[in-house]
Structures are given as structure tokens and as C-alpha cells.
Design a protein around this ligand. Structure first.
Ligand code: PEP
Ligand code: MG
Length: 587
């Protein structure tokens, strides 16, 4: 086997540890017939397997309760009740009496149940298919005596490298941060949400490895290099040593950049840039506030709901938003309303869609569910009492959506007023520019919003028609494609015309070469991952805005993304020479 697997760098850092393979998929079940006299034994095996699966689920419930609260734990209660269903056990026993081995009989019945539930008119029932699949995996793993791939089974302090096909929200919920030191996945790209979450948690991660779960057995030792996007299996002593040296160099460069925490992000010709942080989990607020960021340019609120059984209520949201607002006081905190859908889905209640990235999501879902949306809007208005809160709407394609959202915001304020609860008045409302429609029609929003924030992750996805989470397309996901640059330029021009704030909060802003391009295109506010704050500051302090503008103009005139990149790269290298910090971070 090739020992070095190359994927996509998703979250920096180098770790050395045992591989923990997590294959959460229904195993193949061989067709096995048993003689009549073995039937009672097979039925006994079935009952035993159910009992063991229930025990394991009780452990999961206890863990979920501790990490995420009783509501989340309830998801697994459903699975326990499936395992207690007498009707299910009788149906399987029936097949065993027809001489099918316990695992085959169980597999057949579960397939039937999944089909039945999947055809149901009720979304609640359809949602149960996922629980049935989980139960099927657990019980079959026991009956077939397969290695236990349960994520709860990793011991604390193991420092394991979790290798899995894709990290789903429910798996994420079960992960024990004290046991896992790094993540490697077959699927995903730098801007898929697994990667974003790994960065938020500060866990080194490599995604898009394609076949890692196929090629590993699970008993290996490995080096995970989240910075260069590699997983080296069973490394030699010399290789481990080399990685350790690299990790040390990385730390040094980082420490060097850290010195810029209090420095001003100002270009050599005196243009002041504002750098804010992207915050994905309220838990990271305090640490992010120490990165030197002047506020939050994007607080994603989906992570309050992904993997959960129910939406958090107004009170819980208010506490989460307030925590971030207070951590960054008196700086502004831009909070985005729910962007659920696509790859950010809560458990339950969401229709299965053939094309979720173009589906019922984000502002569309919120406007169709005004009660749910207003819970969030009231929580945001209340959090506004504690600092400078700004509300941002995702995936907007038309002014009508802003108008409808504003009506609901007014209603939310009136409701709070009636209840006598303190809230902020005049909270600014802005839009994300993350569709070509919003960029091309930016002028139509000019009089109705307070700011624009360009979401380049989606803007690139929708402009180039390249799925942001598809590892096979990663090389085609080119933010420096001139079509994208033109849309950014247009949005920046319109913002200037209407005297509106404009920032970029997509991943582009965290990348040195692209941040250079964005400054050149006229953007004066960047919102980046907290770790990237000093890095971007370093770039800004080493260039003049006119030099960046000249580079951006050259990139706009390029015919391809590769040409645009060349134009920018040679200029940036000319400005910084061979500075070690840049070597590690250039494309
Ligand atoms: C974006 O699309 O660029 C963005 C910042 O939002 P998200 O990555 O959460 O879709
Ligand atoms: Mg987006």
C-alpha cells in the first residue's frame, strides 16, 4: 500500500497517533442457512445482540446528555425504543424459523422496514429511516462480530486520528474531543463544513482523501499533517522526526505572527483595513476575541442546530449570542440568521432533497417558517442590548426577501415590546452577497440594507457551478476565476456608491494571496478564521493599496484562474521576497 495519502489541507497542525477507523455503513451480510436444530440458538443470538446494542446506546445517551443536553440525547432514545420493539423481534424470529441465520434475517427485516418508512407521507416517519440504519449497523456489527467502529468507544487521552468517509453532524456530536487529536476524511473540501468545524475546534484535519477508509485497516499508526494535507501511514522513525521538525517550524512561524496581535492592519500607504473574525461556535468566542480581531464579521448560527433534535428556543439563542457579543464588546458582531440546508442540516423535519444546495434552505426556509425565524430575530434583538449586533441574511437572491425579513424583524420587535423585554432598536440589517444574482443586482439592495458581506465560498460554488464539498472537483473550485473577481469588484463598487460597509467573510479572505486580491478590488473589511488574523495583518502591513489595485486589475484582465493567480503571485512574492511565513501559506 502507498503509505502517504494525499488529500486537502482543511485545518492546520501536525499530529502523530493511532488510527481510529470509523466505518459507519451497513455491512454486507452473507446469505447463511441454518439447520432446524440451530434455530433456537440463532434466536438467542439475536436477543443477545439486541441487549448489547441497547447497552451501548445507553452509554451514547449518557455521553450526549453530558456534551449536548437532554434534547440531543433524545435522538438516541428513539433507537433504543426500536430495539425494544417486540414486533420487530418477532418478525426477525419468524425469518429465523425459516432457517435464515440471525444476521441475514435481521438484515432482511430492516431493509423492509427502511423501505416502508422511506415511502411514508410523513416527514417524521421518513426521518426514522436514519435511526433504523443506525440500529441496523449496530446490531449487525455485533452479530457479524465486526470491529467496533463506534465513535464513543475511543478512550480518553488516546490522541487518535479519526479516519472516516464523511463526518456527519450526528457523528460530530458523538466525538469525544479528549480522545480525538485529528480528523481525516475521504470526502469534503477546504470549505465544506467538516473543515470549517475542524478549524473552529482547532483539530488538525485533512479531507478529500478519497479512499482512506478503503485502504486502512484501523490498526495502523499515522502522521496527520493538516497543513500540507497528508496522511502518512506507519511512518518510519525518520519520517516522524521530520514531521516533528516541521511542526516545530510551523509553531515558530505562528509565534512570530502572533506578535502582530496588537498591531494595526494598515497598508504601507496608510489605508486602514478592518479585520474581523469568523466565529462558528459560541464556545470559541473568548479565544477568538484574543486573536486581535476587531469584532466578528460572521457568526454562523447553524452549529447551534446541526445534529440536534429540535431548534434551540429564543432563550438559549439569546444566551449564545450574548456570550459572543460580550466577548467582543465594544466591537461589532455580525450574526447571520440560520443558513441551514445544503451540508448544514439539523436532525428531523427537513425534507430529503435531490439538490440541497439549490434547495429549501437559509433565508428561504426562514421566511417559510416565520415562527422559527422570529424566535431567532427576537434573540438577536435582545442580544443587541449588550453590544453592537448586526443581523445578516444568507443566500439572498432578491430584494423581496429583505423586505419580508424586515417585516418579520419589526414584528419581532413589537412582540418584545409587548412582553416588556429590553431589546436594541435600529439593529443594522445586511445581506450576504453569495449568489451571482445578489452581486449583479447589488444596486437594487443599496437603499434597503446597511451592509454587504461577500460569501465567497458559495459565490464561487454558484458562479462556477462547482460543488464546494465535492473532493473530485476541488481543483476546479478556483476563487481567483476572473468571473468571481468581477462579481466582487462590482459589489465593492456598488457599496462605495451607496456608502455601505462591505466585507468578505468567505474563506478567500483568510488566504494571503486572495486577501491581497480582495484589497486590490476595493474591499476594506475582511472576516477571517481567528487563526488567520495575524497572517492577513502581516500581508496588509507589507503592501500598498495602489500596488494591490494594480495586481487586482491584472487579475481581472486575465482569461483564466491560473493566469489571474500568476499575476497576483509574482507581485506578492516581489513584495515579500521569500519570507518563511508566506512559503507555508501560499496556494
Ligand atoms: C460563504 O458562503 O462564503 C460563507 C461565508 O458562508 P458558509 O461557508 O457558511 O456558506
Ligand atoms: Mg454561504
Amino acid at each position: 500500500m502507498e503509505r502517504a495519502l494525499t488529500g486537502i489541507s482543511a485545518s492546520p497542525g501536525i499530529v502523530v497517533g493511532p488510527v481510529r477507523l470509523l466505518r459507519w455503513e451497513v455491512p454486507d451480510v452473507p446469505h447463511r442457512i441454518v439447520p432446524d436444530d440451530r434455530v433456537p440458538h440463532e434466536i438467542e443470538r439475536l436477543h443477545e445482540a439486541f441487549a448489547r446494542a441497547r447497552d451501548r446506546l445507553q452509554q451514547v445517551v449518557a455521553k450526549a446528555e453530558k456534551h449536548a443536553g437532554p434534547e440531543e440525547a433524545a435522538i438516541f432514545e428513539v433507537q433504543i425504543s426500536i430495539l425494544q420493539d417486540e414486533h420487530l423481534q418477532q418478525q426477525v424470529a419468524e425469518y429465523i424459523r425459516q432457517n435464515l441465520a440471525a444476521e441475514k434475517a435481521f438484515d432482511v427485516v430492516m431493509q423492509e422496514w427502511r423501505q416502508q418508512f422511506g415511502r411514508s407521507q410523513s416527514p417524521m416517519m421518513r426521518e426514522r429511516v436514519r435511526d433504523l440504519t443506525d440500529v441496523q449497523i449496530r446490531v449487525l456489527t455485533i452479530l457479524l462480530d465486526l470491529p467496533d467502529h463506534d465513535p464513543v468507544a475511543v478512550d480518553k487521552g488516546t490522541g487518535a486520528i479519526l479516519v472516516t468517509h464523511d463526518l456527519t453532524p450526528s457523528l460530530t456530536l458523538q466525538l469525544d474531543r479528549d480522545a480525538i487529536a485529528g480528523i481525516a476524511t475521504d470526502e469534503g473540501t477546504r470549505i465544506s463544513h467538516v473543515a470549517i468545524l475542524a478549524r473552529s475546534l482547532g483539530l488538525p484535519a485533512v479531507v478529500g482523501l478519497r479512499e482512506a477508509t478503503e485502504r486502512l485497516r484501523g490498526d495502523e499508526f499515522a502522521v496527520l499533517d493538516g497543513t500540507s494535507g497528508m496522511l502518512v501511514v506507519n511512518p518510519s522513525e525518520a519520517e516522524v522526526e521530520a514531521f516533528r521538525r516541521r511542526a516545530a517550524v510551523e509553531k515558530e512561524t505562528e509565534a512570530e505572527l502572533q506578535k502582530l496581535v496588537d498591531a494595526e492592519p494598515i497598508t504601507t500607504n496608510g489605508v486602514r483595513i478592518t479585520i474581523r473574525a469568523n466565529v462558528d461556535l459560541p464556545d470559541e468566542a473568548e479565544q477568538a476575541a484574543r486573536s486581535g480581531a476587531e469584532g466578528v464579521g460572521l457568526m454562523r448560527t447553524e452549529f447551534l442546530v446541526v445534529g440536534r433534535a429540535a431548534m434551540p428556543d429564543e432563550e438559549e439563542q439569546y444566551r449564545a449570542y450574548r456570550r459572543v457579543v460580550e466577548a467582543f464588546y465594544p466591537h461589532p458582531v455580525v450574526i447571520r440568521t440560520y443558513d441551514v440546508g445544503g451540508d448544514k442540516l439539523p436532525t428531523g423535519g427537513f425534507p430529503h432533497e435531490p439538490n440541497p444546495f439549490l434547495g429549501w434552505r437559509a433565508i428561504r426556509m426562514c421566511l417559510d417558517q416565520p415562527d422559527l425565524f422570529k424566535d431567532q430575530l427576537r434573540a438577536l434583538l435582545r442580544a443587541g442590548v449588550h453590544g453592537d449586533v448586526r443581523i445578516m441574511l444568507p443566500l439572498v437572491v432578491t430584494l423581496d426577501e429583505v423586505t419580508a425579513a424586515r417585516t418579520l424583524l419589526t414584528e419581532a420587535a413589537a412582540e418584545l415590546s409587548e412582553r416588556g423585554v429590553p431589546f436594541a432598536r435600529d439593529v443594522p440589517l445586511g445581506v450576504m452577497v453569495e449568489t451571482p444574482a445578489a452581486a449583479l443586482l447589488a444596486h437594487t439592495f443599496g437603499n434597503d440594507v446597511s451592509f454587504f458581506s461577500i460569501g465567497t465560498n458559495d459565490l464561487v460554488q454558484y458562479t462556477l457551478a462547482v460543488d464546494r464539498g465535492n473532493a473530485n472537483l476541488a481543483s476546479r473550485f478556483t476563487p481567483l476565476h476572473p468571473a468571481v473577481l468581477w462579481l466582487v469588484r462590482r459589489t465593492a463598487d456598488i457599496a462605495e456608491q451607496f456608502d455601505l460597509d462591505i466585507s468578505v467573510c468567505g474563506e478567500m479572505a483568510s488566504h494571503p494571496l486572495m486577501a491581497f486580491a480582495l484589497i486590490g478590488l476595493g474591499v476594506r473589511q475582511l472576516s477571517v478564521s481567528p487563526r488567520a488574523v495575524p497572517l492577513v495583518k502581516r500581508i496588509i502591513r507589507g503592501i500598498s493599496s495602489s500596488f494591490a489595485a494594480e495586481a487586482a486589475n491584472a487579475a481581472l484582465s486575465a482569461r483564466t484562474a491560473a493566469e489571474a493567480e500568476r499575476e497576483l503571485r509574482y507581485r506578492l512574492l516581489a513584495a515579500f521576497g521569500d519570507a518563511p511565513f508566506l512559503r507555508e501559506h501560499l496556494l
